[in-house]
Design a protein around this ligand. Sequence first.
Ligand SMILES: Nc1ncnc2c1ncn2[C@@H]1O[C@H](COP(=O)(O)OP(=O)(O)OP(=O)(O)O)[C@@H](O)[C@H]1O
Ligand SMILES: [Mg+2]
Length: 396
Amino acid sequence: MVSMASEAQTGTGRLLVVDDEEPQMRALCDTLSAEGYVTAGFSSPQSALAELSHASYDLLLTDLMMPGMDGISLLAAARRVDPELVGIMMTGHGTIDTAVRAMQAGALDYIQKPFRLKAILPVLRRGLEIRRLRTENSELRFAQATIQRLNEELERRVRERTRELEVANQELALANQDLESFSFSGSHDLRAPLRTVREFCGIFLEEHGKDVPVEGRALLGRVQEGGARMSQLIEDLLAFSRFSRQPLQMNPVAFEALVRRLVEELRPKDATVDVRIGALPDCHGDASLLEQVLSNLLSNAFKFTRKTASPRVEIGSSRQGPELVYYVRDNGAGFDMKRADKLFGVFQRLHPASQFEGTGVGLSIVQRIVQRHGGRVWAESVPGAGATFYFTLAPP
Ligand SMILES: Nc1ncnc2c1ncn2[C@@H]1O[C@H](COP(=O)(O)OP(=O)(O)OP(=O)(O)O)[C@@H](O)[C@H]1O
Ligand SMILES: [Mg+2]
């Protein structure tokens, strides 16, 4: 092997020179390295191939006719090692036909011996330019393939995750359905025996009340009160269950008209509440369920301002991006924000029944209905200064 690089070499290319006539090969290597190329010369095609398997070259400049392995076979074997390698054949006189065959077999060009330096250099430059393009191309192809592989992997993971979520959602929906049908049938089945207890207690008091000592009557009175309370809880649970299950009938809803009607129905007759109704655009939803939402929020607002000197209830809205945010604000008792996470739970109350009556189901119904409409509900409050309940809905 002969390996050379000139002082002035600026990385113009690495050439593998193969010629069975050693003096010619050496002369060519000398000339080309004087031109700035890095050259490695071999007089046997096999040792050239061995060199290629552990070092990288840009261009193979090989004799066409060699004993053992001709230039065409050498180039084919070399391209199996480095598919982007550029091959140039050196031919003697009378072998032009074979040179054409060499090009058909993948050689880029051929030069005829004996050659002048002026003739080789442009061929080499073009060969090296093609090598550069081939390498860039293959890097691009590699990058493209990598991106495609990453994309496919990402898509596969997204599909997998979506499937997992769908399964989890289905399981959750089934569990919810079970829970809801249990609470519905449970509450429903409790009604009849409770009615029996209350009715027989009433009949007993009516028919035998006078024979019962006063303390005994008081105890029976407590039984009746407890029964009435339980009956209210059951009715509320059934309402909650109904509002959770009733199919949605989505239509444009005239929100302001609905609010005005409900305010008139619900405002306390024995007190003057300053009710302010702001801009209330129409929304898209189930009118009867949204009526329930507003009715529960307004009832709360009127209830929790009952002990306020100048009660005020305000209903308004604002637009936040694609969402409509409605609010019901009052200046009543308010609540401690530390307990705000309890507000929307079934039977959760932040005020004792001795101050404000109720079963603690109203807001859980509000939340369930708003969520079924794809919206959110939340509250802000300062104890003693009032509360604001917000909920979002889609515009029509
Ligand atoms: N406007 C409000 N101001 C202050 N506290 C409120 C207000 N609205 C709700 N709350 C608090 O949240 C609790 C839960 O409200 P929710 O409407 O679910 O139940 P309730 O009004 O007590 O009973 P129900 O609505 O079932 O008759 C209330 O008991 C109260 O402590
Ligand atoms: Mg309520």
